[in-house]
Design a protein around this ligand. Structure first.
Ligand SMILES: C[S@@+](CC[C@H](N)C(=O)[O-])C[C@H]1O[C@@H](n2cnc3c(N)ncnc32)[C@H](O)[C@@H]1O
Length: 256
């Protein structure tokens, strides 16, 4: 039964945070969340993580080690934090594409790039990680930071990553993980479920979106199952690195 197989392959497609939904509704619901949070997204990131997200993103980009002349794709790139770091690291000499399903997030990113005086080297494309609007084998590096847990069919997004990477290309995913170290787990879960929605309510005036974002972290697959799914999608030699006790995780793989 195709419907049953779909369920088993992408169990998270049925969940919008802790709410059970029809998989076909998820992408639209997620799009609404990010349309709503776009204006406060950068500020809220700093507040929610105490600035840690900046260090995690620095670590990711150091690991990616982008080079001048390479073609880089940052999917679910939002307000451009990863792309801007890659631009800086390559002295503006890489060809960087930011792809996101939400034009409002990209608009924030474009404005931020202009504030940094960046006019060239970045292309902003509206598109879905599950059906990327790019040809096969076109990028040296694919990254997705804090985006994969919002995608309806994670396996489709992983297959798309493998498709658009050149042979020898590298895949990087950074995501919050439910698989934090046991000593941190009770505090982490309480923080996600009790503190984040309240911050969202008072700062961004949007409790529901931050409730979803917190719940979606706890629904995301832990490190080992995600690494297996990467391998199944054609991203080889999958491995991961835990950051800050596994609160954030960098997954890496190769398109061979
Ligand atoms: C938490 S933000 C991360 C933004 C940025 N990568 C960062 O690290 O700050 C998640 C982003 O994923 C985007 N997104 C959600 N579902 C998507 C999909 N199916 N395809 C592409 N982007 C998606 C949202 O619009 C949002 O900009």
């Amino acid at each position: 039964m195709p419907a049953t197989r779909r369920k088993t392959a992408n169990p998270e497609a049925e969940w919008f945070g802790f709410r059970r939904i029809k998989p076909e509704d998820k992408t639209g619901l997620v799009r609404n969340v990010f349309a709503s949070v776009a204006g406060n997204y950068d500020l809220m990131n700093d507040l929610m993580s105490g600035g840690l997200h900046r260090l995690w993103k620095d670590t990711l980009v150091r690991r990616m080690n982008p080079k001048p002349g390479q073609k880089l794709l940052d999917v679910a790139g939002g307000t451009g934090d990863i792309a801007l770091r890659c631009h800086r690291r390559t002295h503006g000499e890489a060809d960087i594409t930011v792809c996101d399903i939400n034009p409002a997030m990209l608009e924030q990113g474009k404005a931020k790039a202009l504030d940094h005086g960046i006019m060239q080297g970045l292309t902003w494309v509206t598109g879905n990680a599950e059906e990327l609007p790019f040809p096969d084998r076109s990028f040296d590096t694919y990254s997705i930071a804090f985006g994969l847990r919002n995608v309806t069919r994670i396996d489709a997004a992983l297959r798309e990553a493998a498709r658009v990477l050149k042979p020898g290309g590298r895949f990087f995913c950074m995501e919050f993980s439910p698989g934090v170290t046991p000593a941190l787990k009770p505090f982490y879960d309480a923080y996600c479920l009790n503190v984040l929605p309240v911050l969202g309510q008072f700062v961004a005036k949007d409790r529901d979106s931050y409730q979803y974002l917190a719940e979606s972290i706890l629904k995301f697959p832990p490190q080992e199952p995600l690494a297996k799914r990467m391998e199944q999608a054609g991203l080889s030699r999958a491995k991961w690195t835990d950051l800050t006790g596994g609160i954030a995780v960098i997954h890496e793989g190769w398109r061979l």
